[in-house]
Each structure stands twice: as structure tokens, then as C-alpha cells.
Design a protein around this ligand. Structure first.
Ligand code: 3PG
Length: 214
């Protein structure tokens, strides 16, 4: 998938659920709950050993879903994620190695940043969007607005502390294409097999996005 195609879809959906899966058997019911809830997208984080298998299971079962890999910290994980079917890579901080690898191999990447220096690197790679992380702790919307001023045209995907209460503040900012967040896919719910609840919370998140759009 091309970067622009990915970004177009992410911008339409406006939320990227950030998922931590301890057990790859949860990947399919989780994917189904997100699809049924109206958010066919997931950033499956390499925070657990089940990440690669979960990405593989989800992307094979739901080819139309945007399954990406998050918390990618090295090229090895990046290659593994792509082999398993990940359509995009998200890093928590800026990695020159991972960013260069993705750019050279035409793999969509949203590098994690929270400073103007890191943004210079993103801009120098010609990338259009950065993940701003952790968003709430680094000043939220007002920091994004300040960072966006010198980097004309650059867009952000804030993640970290985004929830149903503050989503509108973020999405109203024109430099923000979408928000990442785990509030509708909390690990406790996944572990407890509460996929109906995940579906309902996903639906609520989608309704919020629709209200914000209206
Ligand atoms: C991430 O990895 O991007 C964050 O853990 C997601 O942040 P949240 O749990 O505060 O939504």
C-alpha cells in the first residue's frame, strides 16, 4: 500500500485503535469487533510476543482491514511485521534506521516524535505525517499547533492520553489527520473476552467522529 492511500484511509476513519494483544487467539474476535464497530483499522503493538502472529491472523482474515504494526523499535521487527502482512509501521520514538528502511522500501511509516528536532528528520525524509507521542504529556493540541507552524503542510497523529472526552479537541485541529488511542480496545477487555463491549465502544467512538464532522 502506498503512503498516500494509507493516509487517505486513516484520515477518513480519524481514529487508529492501538492494540496490545497478549494472545494471538484474540486477534480475530478483536478484528471482527473493530470492523463491526465501524473502525476497520488497528495498530498492533510489538509490546507483546503475540504481535507478529496477531498481525498475520488479522490481515489474512480481514484483507480489507488496515492492519499495521506499532511500537516498532528496530528493522528486524519492521521486516517481521511486513512479512506478516502489516500495511503500515508506527514507531514510538524517532528511529533513523527504521525510518530509512521504510522509506527505501516504500513502506508507509508514521515515526513517533515530540520535538522540533525529530520533526526535522521526518521532514527531511519527505514524510507527510508524524505520530505525536505521548500527546497528552507533551502538551496536546497546543504543542501540535506550535510544532506545525514551522513545518507547513506536515500533519500529525497524536497518540497517548486521547480518549472520548478530548477527541474533539484534537480532531478539530487542522494539522491532525487522526488520533491513535487504546480507550476502546483496553487490554483488560481483550483479556476478558469482552468483544461485544469493544464493538460498542468502537461504535461510540465512530459516532463521536461523525458528530465532530457534522
Ligand atoms: C501508544 O502506544 O501509542 C499508547 O500507549 C496509546 O496511548 P493510550 O493508551 O493513552 O491511548
Amino acid at each position: 500500500m502506498e503512503m498516500q492511500e494509507l493516509l487517505k484511509k486513516v484520515e477518513e476513519l480519524k481514529i487508529v485503535p492501538v492494540v496490545v494483544l497478549e494472545d494471538a487467539k484474540d486477534a480475530l474476535p478483536l478484528g471482527q469487533a473493530l470492523i463491526d464497530g465501524g473502525l476497520p483499522v488497528a495498530e498492533v503493538t510489538f509490546r507483546t510476543a503475540a504481535a507478529a502472529d496477531s498481525i498475520k491472523a488479522m490481515s489474512e482474515a480481514f484483507p480489507e482491514m488496515l492492519v499495521g504494526a506499532g511500537t516498532v523499535v528496530n528493522v528486524e521487527q519492521c521486516k517481521q511485521a511486513i512479512e506478516c502482512g502489516a500495511k503500515f509501521i508506527v514507531t514510538p520514538g524517532y528511529s533513523e534506521e527504521v525510518t530509512t528502511y521504510c522509506c527505501e522500501n516504500n513502506i508507509p511509516i508514521l515515526p513517533g516524535v515530540c520535538t522540533p528536532t525529530e520533526l526535522m528528520m521526518v521532514v527531511n525524509h519527505g514524510l507527510p505525517v508524524a505520530k505525536f507521542f505521548p500527546a497528552a504529556q507533551f502538551g496536546g493540541v497546543s504543542t501540535i499547533q506550535a510544532l506545525a507552524a514551522p513545518y507547513v503542510g506536515l500533519k500529525f497523529m497524536p497518540t497517548g492520553g486521547v480518549n472520548a472526552k478530548n477527541l474533539a479537541d484534537y480532531l478539530q485541529c487542522k494539522s491532525i489527520i487522526a488520533c491513535g488511542g487504546s480507550w476502546m480496545v483496553k487490554s483488560d477487555l481483550i483479556k476478558a473476552g469482552e468483544f461485544e463491549k469493544i464493538k460498542d465502544m468502537t461504535k461510540e467512538a465512530v459516532s463521536l467522529v461523525n458528530e465532530i464532522r457534522a
